[in-house]
Write a protein of this length. Sequence first.
Length: 421
Amino acid sequence: MSGGTTMDTMSSAPHMNEDNAIRYLTNFVKSPVSDELDIKKREESIMELGSMLAKNKRTLELRKMIENTRPFLVSLGKAKAAKLVRNLVDLCLMIDDQDGEIKVDLCKECIQWATDQNRTFLRQTLEARLVRLYNDLRRYQQAQQLANQLVRELKKVDDKDVIVEVQLEESKACYHLGNLSKARAALTSARTTANSIYMPPRMQAALDMQSGILHAAAERDFKTAFSYFYESFEGYDGVNETKEALRALKYMLLSKVIMLDAPDEVSSLLSGKLALKYSGTDLDAMRAIAEAAKKRSLSDFNAAFGRYREELQCDAVVKKHFNSLSDGMLEKDLCRIIEPYSYVQIDHIARKIGLDKDKVEKKLSQMILDKKFSGSLHQGDGMLIVYDIAPVDKTYEAAVETIHAMNEVIDALYHRVKKLR
C-alpha cells in the first residue's frame, strides 16, 4: 500500500457514505497482509472508523465492525490485538443515550472471543469493563458478583492495575446496594493496591471521589468528604474530564455548604480559580439549595428539588442524603418561625410551615430533647413556650483558671527559695 491511511482513501472517494465505508473496511481487513506498514495502516483505519461511528452514536454498526475485524485481529500479536479491541469497546461504552443491552452483548461477545482465542489478559480487562458497564446501567447485583469473582482471579496473576479498577467498581456496586461495610472494604483494598504502583491521575481522582462518597454516607464525616471531593475535582480538572470534575464540584458544595451548614460559602467556592470555568444546571441546583438554606425556607428547598429533579432526585448520591437534608431544612424553618415568640400556638406554626400539626408537634418535641432550642410543649393548650437562653457566666471558670495559675507561681517561688537555702 502507498500514501495515506485507508480512511484518507475512503474520504476522497465520491459517494462514500458510512455504510459503504464499513463494507470497504470489511473487505480491506479480509485481504492478505503484505507487511508491517500495511498492518499499521489497518490499525489506524479501524480506529478512525470506530471513532466516526461512536461520534454518530451508531452502536449497532460499531458492534458489527468489531465483529468484522476479528479475522484481522487473529493475525496481530496478542498485545496489539488486545489494545485494539479494548479501544474499540471503550468507544462503544462511551456512546450516551443508547440501549445498554447492546453494549452488554458486545462486551460478552468480545469476552467469549478472547476466551476462545485463549487471550486471558484481554478477557480479564474486558470483564473489568463489563463490571463498570453494569454499574453505569445500575445493575449493581451483577456488577458485584462479577467483580468479586474477577478480583479472586486477578490476585493470582497479580495484575494490580486491573485489580484497582475492579475493586473500585465493586465498592460502587456495594454502596448502591446499601452494603457500606463491603463498599469500604473494597475501596480500602483498592487504595492499598494503588499505593504500591503508579496510578494515572484519572484513576486517582476516581478513588478520591468514592472515598468522599463513603465518608459522607457511612460516617457522615462531611469535612473529610469535602477534602476528598476537592482532591477528586482537582484531579479530573487536571486531565480535562469536565463531566466528572463538575460532579465532584457538585458534591463539594453538597458536603461543605449544605451538610456543614455553611450556605454563604457557595459564592466563594464557585468563584475560585478552578471552579470559575464550570457552569450548568447541576451548579444551579446547588445554588438554589444553598439559597433555601440561607433563607431557612423548607418550601424553597422543596421547590428547588422539584425544579431540578434530574440534577438532584436522579442523582443516587444526593438522593441518599435527601432525608437528612430535608430534616435539617425543617428544623431551620421551625427555628426561623418561632424565633420572634416566647409563647406561640402550634397550630400557627403548622399553618406557617404548611405541615400537619401532629408532625410539627412531634418534630418540636424532638428538637427540644436534642437541645436545638430551649422550650416546652403544653399539649393541653396546644402551646409552645420558648425560653430565652441565658448567657453562660464564665466567672467561675475564670476564677478556677486564676487559682491554678497562682498555684503554679507559688510552686515556682517555693522551689527557688529552697535552692537559695
